[in-house]
Design a protein around this ligand. Structure first.
Ligand code: SAM
Length: 273
């Protein structure tokens, strides 16, 4: 089975799990590496930020950061969330851009789109649209988006150059790329890179930090910055490696402080300047 199909299957199952859980929040989405104590996906949002969101939008949160808290979003702007999942960041963005703005979510997994649309209905917001499609082939016109956000999705793509080229294409001149993603500082063992379960868990496909910067520059972006938001120590590494056919005792110390969640920002040059 190909990489994309494996990713789709995993996130379809997560969406079904959230939908079929009772309304008391007894379901844990089982984040990037599974479980409430997931060091990557847990405790990303302040209660004050999420207390008026539908509970299933919060339960389906599978990100590795909080891009809407870090990105500058203004009323009237158009935002696109690459790999929007259950829609948490789209709903938060919609609030920030207000009724004169618009927030799009893009996702390839039908079950996630159904969940996101249900969350939109329950939130009662109208300036939101969830689109089906691939982040490698964004179904929106060129120069139409003010801000691209994304939360723990670009690391899942097998063609990151294409994703960044598409992000550049759809941004307006001067538009901002403001993404949370897992990145790596230095080399990681081949055993991790080859592991499909760790790829769909947002770890094995993480770009090396400098490589991310170079890829963004090649796509045409400027003002590129990669700012760590969480650095994963040995205990965190043990947590995300466990249960994935890896010799945890041997490998976890080798990746101590190498994996991190980061806020990656860049800008499409403003040709009007
Ligand atoms: C780790 S989850 C993150 C979801 C959401 N951003 C969040 O923070 O909760 C990854 C999501 O990206 C979607 N996805 C992964 N690869 C994709 C691709 N190449 N094109 C479109 N969607 C993709 C999956 O279907 C899934 O909903």
């Amino acid at each position: 089975m190909d990489l994309k199909e494996t990713v789709r299957e995993k996130y379809a199952k997560v969406a079904i799990r959230v939908v079929s859980a009772d309304d008391k929040g007894s379901c844990c989405a089982g984040g990037c590496c599974g479980g409430t104590a997931d060091p990557i996906t847990s405790n990303l949002y302040d209660l004050a930020q999420t207390n008026d969101l539908p509970s299933k939008a919060i339960e389906a949160s599978l990100g590795c950061g909080n891009p809407t808290a870090l990105a500058q979003l203004s009323p009237g702007e158009v935002v696109l969330d690459l790999g929007s999942g259950g829609g948490i960041d789209v709903l938060l963005s919609a609030k920030r851009v207000g009724p004169t703005g618009r927030a799009y979510g893009l996702d390839m997994t039908d079950e996630m789109l159904a969940l996101a649309r249900e969350n939109q209905r329950n939130a009662g917001v109208e300036n939101v649209e969830f689109l089906k499609g691939d982040i490698e082939n964004i179904p929106l016109p060129s120069n139409s988006i003010d801000v691209i956000i994304s939360n723990c999705v670009i690391n899942l793509s097998g063609d990151k150059d294409r994703v960044l080229a598409e992000a550049y294409r759809v941004l307006k001149p001067g538009g901002r790329f403001a993404v949370s993603d897992v990145v790596v500082d230095g080399e990681v063992p081949a055993e991790i890179r080859r592991n499909m379960e760790l790829w769909v868990g947002c770890v094995a496909g993480a770009l090396e930090r400098q490589e991310y910067v170079e890829k963004l520059a090649r796509a045409g972006f400027e003002a590129i910055r990669v700012e760590p938001t969480r650095v994963y120590d040995v205990e965190n590494a043990r947590a995300f490696l466990t249960g994935h056919r890896v010799d945890v005792d041997a490998v976890a110390p080798l990746v101590r402080d190498k994996f991190m969640s980061a806020f990656v920002r860049a800008q499409k040059p403003d040709v009007r300047r």
